[in-house]
Design a binder for this molecule. Structure first.
Ligand code: ZN
Ligand code: ZN
Length: 245
């Protein structure tokens, strides 16, 4: 085991090494830093340029202070902050205000066994600061159309599937997307059936890997709503609503 140059920190290192897509080597110190950002060594399947872009943007967001569009203070821990193609930094709420016009496309690739991979294709980072007002307008129009269709609620969620959550007893994950509003932990989901209305409280939110820091699920995003107890009354295709308090 000789000395090697780490592709991320650039230091001359020895000892254990990891590789990323393309065969570039990563030192033990950097592998720990990467494990904090991605689960299951997902980073080892990424190119070094993609990893560097991620950290550059993270640093840019942390140093930026205020949103380039609305001027509010940027919370560096917010999941939805974003760097646009012109290097302007916009806050999570500005991103969320545009999401209905620029949804994320999520694909899940199944591998052998239980292994699967979520890939997200987000059109929003291609925008520039000048695009924000018209995209917000488009999203607002789309929101109006959805309110007409589903009625006025705190949130509307469409169920894709309901599966048992293996890591906890009697827990299920309801996977789907928020078509309107936002769902927080503690919200009560309602579904109407012929025999009446059923309710279920959201215990916690399990967002997608690409959006893992999110503590809530906002409009235009997909994710898992985690619930406990009986879910036999919730089916794929159901429209779940959360009422305004
Ligand atoms: Zn390193
Ligand atoms: Zn903003």
């Amino acid at each position: 085991m000789g000395v090697f140059k780490c592709a991320l920190c650039g230091n001359e290192c020895r000892g254990r090494r990891w590789t990323v897509k393309g065969g570039k080597k990563i030192c033990a110190e950097c592998s720990k830093k990467l494990d904090k950002e991605w689960k299951y060594s997902e980073w080892s399947k990424m190119s070094i340029s993609r990893i560097k872009t991620f950290f550059d943007e993270k640093e840019l967001i942390a140093s930026h202070g205020t949103c380039s569009f609305c001027g509010c203070r940027i919370d560096p821990d917010s999941a939805n902050n974003m760097v646009l193609s012109d290097k302007s930094v916009i806050c999570g709420s500005c991103v969320e205000s545009m999401r209905l016009a620029k949804p994320v496309f999520v694909t899940v690739e199944h591998g052998p066994g239980y292994e699967y991979k979520e890939a997200a294709d987000d059109p929003m980072p291609e925008l520039t600061l000048q695009d924000v007002p018209w995209v917000q307008r488009e999203a607002a129009e789309e929101r109006e159309r959805r309110i007409e269709k589903y009625g006025s609620h705190k949130a509307v969620f469409i169920v894709d599937d309901v599966t048992k959550y293996q890591k906890a007893d009697d827990a299920h994950q309801i996977y789907g997307r928020v078509v309107l509003g936002r769902i927080d932990k503690g919200d009560t989901l309602r579904v109407r059936r012929r025999e009446g209305e059923y309710r279920k409280v959201v215990d916690w939110i399990d967002p997608q890997e690409f959006n893992k820091k999110a503590r809530y699920l906002s409009e235009g995003y997909e994710g898992n709503l985690m619930v406990q107890g009986d879910v036999s009354f919730i089916y794929p295709g159901d429209v779940l609503t959360v009422e305004k308090i």
